[in-house]
Design a protein around this ligand. Structure first.
Ligand code: HC0
Ligand code: SF4
Length: 571
């Protein structure tokens, strides 16, 4: 142990602990901007400086470790003056139009400038913006970038895609898309992890809320919304609701109050996905075609973009099932449109997703009789949803639980857990077991594929006489490592679930941002809690899904199901 004093408090911590960690473990918070535990500990911002007795120069606390006998001050006059100066310099290179910034109220730079009582900007310069394609789902505003390097490190170390890099030198150094490319030419997966780790508003999703307001105001349009499983775990964080208060029924109420005509839960079409993908897997599995193994899940568009750019030769191994978002859109514009007597072109489909890549996925086309368009018209992130609620001046405390609309009202716990890594696999195994043996398993029988925080999980599952070798992975760096092992023949799997975001959609790039705090695990536990308390926990028992087959699609993998619910990833 190392003994030292911080702010006159004697403390003792293990050797190798950073000063910042030592302070934090003892209830002393040191402000920071660029620091991300284990990922970005490079003291780029210099906000975390502290004063050390006997040393003229201040030292940064995130990348210096404690030494025996150190006497440190985290908030001395010298520290405060230096910190103010540093933050003023950062502000001089930042577009400080906070009133019109998407991160206003949730910006680390804004908070620290307020905390330090900075009321003047002595070094303010005119900023030029790097050009950016505003149609791309991910937007970067270079005039807000504070060069903290978090985006570079998250993309390199966690997602292994190296989309961002530093360019220029000295005072002209700035972050941009690497190798001089435009963002649309890069291999960006649109996972949005750079957005959720940006301390300011330099990175954000394309804002599509106006398109939804227009559709709501258009008398000819019937607006139909779906809410993804993971959204319910996070939306309340932005509106001051506790986890218990922030129910999915209240999101349905909010959407109706915004003017949306019909509201559904994506968990319904997650159940539908299981019927299609589960049957597809059993068909591929029982044919014994080892060369097309493993079959990969296809519901995460971040992963689809990744496999297409990094491993195009593996694309034929993807399930052909569309994602629940796209399946639901197709069902809304056909089965549901017919049931309410509205032409598909007058149905406007909106999905509320924890995801930025879903905005890209919605470009996928739907051809249906006379209609050629999109399954999903607009995708809003969880953050955009909460901004719409705020802009309509709806107090979160006034929201009440509201039921989903009929025809696609029912959903099961198996559909709900789609939003957490391992959930798609667990739901598929529950139904595969039934399809093979004719009996339901214990709904808790397949917990071996659940997340333990490591990012990769594998299990051998006995189903009837067969053993299914399953693997589950989240995070694209973890995925790259797993695919290397598969390709080197070190591991063999029949079925692999991949989610681009660490922890699955609960940790999605469209979720509510908490500076540097990872909430994916907790949010995932919330979905497991909801699953445990659902009356139905098997996708094949969803009565509205069964009715959809009986009245419209005939059976899983039927011709009609193929036309509406599957896609050709090679196209
Ligand atoms: Fe997900 Fe989904 S689970 S990808 O993370 O499969 O975005 O929540 O909606 O589509 O259901 C996201 C979340 C979805 C889809 C579902 C899947
Ligand atoms: Fe989107 Fe979920 Fe995939 Fe992340 S894991 S890219 S949130 S679908």
């Amino acid at each position: 142990m190392v003994n030292l004093t911080i702010d006159n408090k004697p403390i003792s911590v293990p050797e190798g602990t950073t000063i910042m960690e030592a302070a934090s473990q003892n209830g002393i918070a040191i402000p920071k901007l660029c620091y991300l535990k284990g990922i970005n500990e490079i003291a780029a911002c210099r906000v975390c400086v502290v004063e050390m007795e006997g040393k003229e120069k201040l030292i940064t606390s995130c990348n210096n470790t404690v030494q025996e006998g150190m006497v440190l001050y985290t908030n001395s006059p010298k520290v405060r003056a230096d910190r103010r100066n540093t933050v003023q310099l950062i502000l001089s290179q930042h577009d400080c139009k906070c009133a019109t910034c998407v991160r206003s109220g949730n910006c680390s730079l804004q908070k620290i400038a307020n905390d330090l009582n900075i009321l003047e900007l002595p070094f303010q310069e005119r900023l030029e913006r790097q050009p950016w394609n505003k149609d791309f789902p991910l937007i970067r505003d270079s005039a807000k970038c504070i060069k903290c390097m978090r985006c570079i490190q998250i993309c390199d170390k966690v997602q292994s895609l190296n989309i961002w890099d530093l360019e220029g030198t000295g005072a002209r150094s700035t972050v941009n898309v690497s190798r001089g490319r435009k963002i649309e030419q890069s291999d960006c997966s649109l996972c949005g992890q750079c957005i959720t780790h940006c301390p300011v508003g330099a990175l954000r999703e394309r804002d599509d809320t106006e398109k939804v307001w227009e559709a709501i105001a258009d008398k000819k349009k019937v607006t139909v919304a779906q809410i993804a499983p993971a959204v319910r775990t996070a939306w309340g964080e932005a509106l001051g609701l506790s986890r218990e208060e922030a129910t999915v029924g209240k999101i349905a109420d909010a959407l109706h109050r915004l003017g949306v005509d019909y509201v559904f839960d994506t968990s319904f079409s997650a159940d539908l996905t299981i019927m299609e993908e589960g049957n597809e897997f059993l068909e591929r599995f029982t044919k014994g075609e080892t060369k097309v193994r493993p079959m990969f899940t296809s519901c995460c568009p971040g992963w689809i973009r990744f496999i297409k750019s990094q491993y195009p030769h593996l694309v034929p191994q993807l399930s052909t099932a569309k994602s629940p978002q796209q399946m639901f859109g197709a069902v809304m514009k056909t089965y549901f449109a017919e049931s309410i007597g509205v032409d598909p072109e007058n149905i406007f489909t909106v999905s509320i997703m924890p995801c930025v890549a879903k905005k890209g996925e919605s470009n996928m086309e739907l051809f249906y009789e006379e209609y050629a368009g999109h399954d999903t018209d607009v995708v809003l992130t969880t953050r955009e949803l909460t901004r719409m609620i705020r802009s309509a001046h709806i107090p979160a405390s006034s929201l009440e639980d509201r039921e989903f609309d009929r025809l696609m009202k029912e959903y099961t716990g198996a559909g709900v857990i789609f939003g957490v890594t391992g959930g798609v696999m667990e739901a598929a195994l529950r139904s595969a077991y039934y399809l093979v043996t004719g009996k339901n398993p214990d709904p808790n029988a397949f917990q071996a594929v659940r997340n333990d925080g490591k990012g990769v999980k594998s299990a051998e599952i006995q189903i009837g006489d067969a053993v299914v070798k399953a693997a589950v992975v989240s995070g694209l760096g973890n995925t790259r490592r797993l695919i290397s092992q598969i390709e080197r023949g070190e591991v063999h799997y029949d079925f692999v679930e991949v989610m681009a975001c660490p922890g699955g959609c609960v940790g999605g790039g469209g979720q509510i941002i908490h500076d540097g705090e990872e909430l994916a695990y907790e949010r995932g536990q919330n979905l497991y809690f909801l699953d445990r308390n659902m009356p139905l926990r098997f996708s094949h028992e969803n009565q509205d899904v069964l009715k959809l087959y009986a009245d419209y699609m005939e059976r899983p993998l039927s011709h009609k199901a193929h036309m509406l619910l599957h896609t050709d990833h090679n196209a």
